[in-house]
Design a protein around this ligand. Structure first.
Ligand code: SF4
Length: 159
């Protein structure tokens, strides 16, 4: 029955409890998480490096403030086992659909100013010859007011 498709997502797409307290945009998972599940892809939820680094009571910080050798090392360490798993899937004919990140996050943004986790992930993937497709949750996304993103996710997962 398996789709043989694998998707990586930023952690907080499925768990808004992990974000800095004033910035949560849904009760738990974003509502479009249902569309991801319905698409039939296998989901690998990336860890939340900010949570791991500074915990749940952390204050909002920018990329410069997070950009320490220690935080970069943590990001690399967190992605290593995921990369190992991903390579096993790909070596066995599974399709890597790409990554869903969080735009304008100092850690998980992909376009504009890339976040630190994504910089490390893209470098580690590039070292294996992999250039992932990606899409990002826009800054103005909110479960109550902005649902166009669900359609974009569906299109992304069809490609
Ligand atoms: S670090 Fe990434 S996963 Fe964690 S809350 Fe920020 S955007 Fe979400």
């Amino acid at each position: 029955m398996r789709s043989k498709k694998i998707l990586l997502t930023s952690h907080c797409i499925f768990n808004q409890n992990s974000v800095v307290e004033p910035l949560d945009r849904a009760r738990g998972a974003f509502s479009f998480a249902k569309d991801i599940i319905d698409s039939g892809v296998g989901i690998i939820q990336l860890p939340c490096p900010e949570f791991r680094y500074l915990g749940i009571t952390r204050k909002p910080m920018n990329k410069e403030e997070y950009d320490t050798a220690e935080f970069r090392e943590l990001c690399k360490k967190l992605f290593e086992p995921i990369l190992e798993d991903l390579l096993i899937y790909m070596e066995n004919g599974y399709e890597f659909c790409g990554i869903i990140g969080i735009n304008h996050s100092p850690t998980c943004s992909i376009s504009d100013r890339r976040g630190i986790l994504m910089e490390e992930i893209f470098a580690m993937l590039a070292s294996k010859g992999i250039t992932p497709n990606y899409i990002e949750v826009p800054t103005d996304y909110d479960d109550k007011t902005f649902n166009d993103f669900a359609a974009k996710v569906k299109t992304f997962l069809k490609n």
